[in-house]
Structure formats: structure tokens, C-alpha cells
Design a protein around this ligand. Structure first.
Ligand code: FE2
Length: 325
């Protein structure tokens, strides 16, 4: 079966197609952030403008036409309201016009599942790190099968923390990946480190790093900020891994594109004889293919939804989703 997935939680309008679990198309258009970060209404206008052409590009890449599509998935949340609404509108139009069943997909679950299914990893511990989210999760079967959150950020996501630092430091474009470039060759100095059990916070660290710009070279601040925040994730993940006894570790989400984070998590996991799995960057960046993968699983598990009643959920937590497959 062939499934289209539509992603529009934040800066990316993405459309992917999978066929029997295999990704055969993954197209996107990304809103280019200017100096002040994301203005949701402007990002949504970008998504509206690009939606038809990205859907067409994905169908062309897959060599399919819409009549050959068996199901459609869309990102229900979490995300920015105006951006999610564009994805929902596009998905509903496509589903109703062509009489195709529609599936609401949790964006975090999609990031997890695409990596889990790619590597065939059973029951992993998951480090989900993106702009708006930073959580450590794993499957629990009670009271229903779901991704339980063992630990998470108490304030902002690590990606937004790094992007905010980039903006304050005048790094352009203001992405965490650019902070990593600036950090190359930097020297470490101590920064606030806050881990409580398996939870953590980033705002105090961000404030400290921004203030440090007046006292230290930018590359030292960027390096110390990255090392400190990644170390916090490593400590919390190691505790969760040993507590749950889970044998494999998946890192997913936008910040999983960081090679340094992967390196540090591998260093942490190796003495415990645990393996770390990370998907290629195009599957960790926001994309439509991961939405298609989960929609296919939902379809095959027998779920069905009334298209007219489907909506968006800006604060849609991964742990509220029942995993039926
Ligand atoms: Fe994401």
C-alpha cells in the first residue's frame, strides 16, 4: 500500500510517501528564518503557498498519481497552530476530494517510529531532541501501550535553546547547527548544569551563556554551551537506560543531526554494551515521510477516523498516544 504523509508543525512543509514501509519520496519546502525567529503567521503563509507544489513533487518522485494512494497522514501536533492548520487543510482536501482515509499523526511519535522501523530496533530507549521538545521515552504497556516519558525538559527544548543563543550571539542563520560550527576549536569553561533525576532545564544555562558573550570569545561560549547541554542529556539518558534496562538507544528529532551529540551518547552507552541508532539527517529534520510511516501503521492496525471531525492539537504529547501496532 502507498501512503502520503504531510508535515507542517513548524518551519517545514514536507510531503513524503511510503509504500509497504519503504520511503519512496520525501519532498519539502522550508521557511527561511530571518533575524527574529519564526513568526507563525508568516510561516503558515509560506506553507499555504507551497503546499500544492510540494504534494505534486512528492507524487512525481514516487512515480504515483493520487488515485494510487491508499491513505493519508498529517501532523496533528504538537506544533504552531497556524502551521498545523495549513497541513490539516491540505490533507483534508486531498482526502475528501479523492475519498482516501485520513490519519492524525503525533509528530514526536513519527520521529521515533521512523528510526525504530528503519533499524528494526525492538523496545529502545528514545532520546527525542528537537526545537520545542526534549524527552527521554520508552514503550510501556500499562494502562495502554504508549511511549512513557521518563524524563524531559522542565522549560524549553534544547533546539530552541541553541537557536535562541544563536540569535543573541548574532550567528546567522540562527540554528543550533551553526552554533556547532562556531564551537569548533573552542575551549571549555564551566556553565550551570541542571539535571534532576531524569529531567533537566535549559533556560538558566541559556541566560548564563548569553551573559558570557561579554566575557569570553564566542567560540568558547558556543563550545561550552553545547558540551554542557549535551552532557545533561547524556546523564539523564544513562540513568533512564539503566533504570529501565532497555538495551538499545534511539536518538531522533532535529537535534539528532548533531554529530557531537551522537558521539557523546555513544561514549556513554559503550561501557554498558548498549547501541545507539540515529537515522540519516533527512529523517531527523522535519519531514513528511515519517508521518506517512506512522499513518501506514495506524491504517494496518485497523484504526479509522471521521475526516470531518479531525483537527489539530498544538500541545499533543507523545505519551497520550495509544500505540496500536
Ligand atoms: Fe520535529
Amino acid at each position: 500500500m502507498a501512503v502520503i504523509g504531510i508535515e507542517s508543525t513548524a518551519h517545514t512543509f514536507g510531503v513524503g510517501i511510503c509504500e509497504d514501509g519503504k520511503i519512496i519520496a520525501n519532498q519539502k519546502s522550508m521557511y527561511q528564518i530571518k533575524d527574529k525567529g519564526m513568526v507563525p503567521i508568516k510561516v503558515a503563509a509560506h506553507h499555504s503557498e507551497k503546499s500544492s507544489s510540494v504534494i505534486k513533487a512528492a507524487l512525481d518522485e514516487a512515480g504515483l498519481n493520487i488515485e494510487e494512494i491508499d491513505a493519508i497522514g498529517y501532523s496533528m501536533g504538537p506544533g504552531l497552530g497556524p502551521c498545523l492548520a495549513v497541513g490539516l487543510r491540505s490533507a483534508k482536501r486531498l482526502a475528501l476530494d479523492n475519498k482516501i482515509p485520513l490519519f492524525p499523526v503525533n509528530h514526536a511519535v513519527a520521529h521515533i517510529e521512523v528510526t525504530k522501523q528503519r533499524f528494526g530496533v525492538a523496545d529502545p530507549l528514545i532520546v527525542y531532541v528537537s526545537g520545542g521538545n526534549s524527552q527521554i521515552l520508552g514503550i510501556e504497556k500499562s494502562p495502554f501501550k504508549h511511549y512513557h516519558v521518563y524524563g524531559e525538559t522542565f522549560d524549553i527544548g534544547i533546539g530552541n535553546m541553541l537557536d535562541s543563543f544563536a540569535r543573541e550571539a548574532g550567528i546567522v542563520p540562527s540554528w543550533g547547527s551553526e552554533v556547532a560550527k562556531v564551537a569548533a576549536g573552542g575551549s571549555y569553561f564551566e556553565m550551570p548544569y541542571t539535571v534532576k533525576g531524569m529531567d533537566f532545564t535549559f533556560t538558566g544555562l541559556l541566560t548564563f551563556a548569553v551573559k558570557s558573550l561579554a566575557l569570553h570569545p564566542i567560540k568558547d561560549v558556543a563550545y561550552s554551551l553545547q558540551e554542557t547541554s549535551f552532557s545533561m542529556l547524556c546523564e539523564a539518558s544513562e540513568r533512564a537506560m539503566l533504570l529501565t534496562g532497555k538495551k538499545n538507544l534511539i536518538v531522533c528529532g532535529g537535534v539528532a543531526q548533531s554529530s557531537r551529540l551522537k558521539e557523546m551518547l555513544e561514549k556513554m552507552a559503550k561501557p554498558h554494551r548498549r547501541r545507539v541508532y540515529v537515522s540519516p539527517n533527512e529523517l531527523n529534520a522535519d519531514n513528511g515521510a515519517m508521518i506517512a510511516v506512522v499513518a501506514e501503521s495506524m491504517f494496518k492496525s485497523g484504526q479509522s477516523f471521521d475526516i470531518e471531525k479531525l483537527d489539530i492539537k498544538q500541545r499533543y504529547r507523545a505519551d497520550s498516544v495509544e500505540i496500536r501496532w
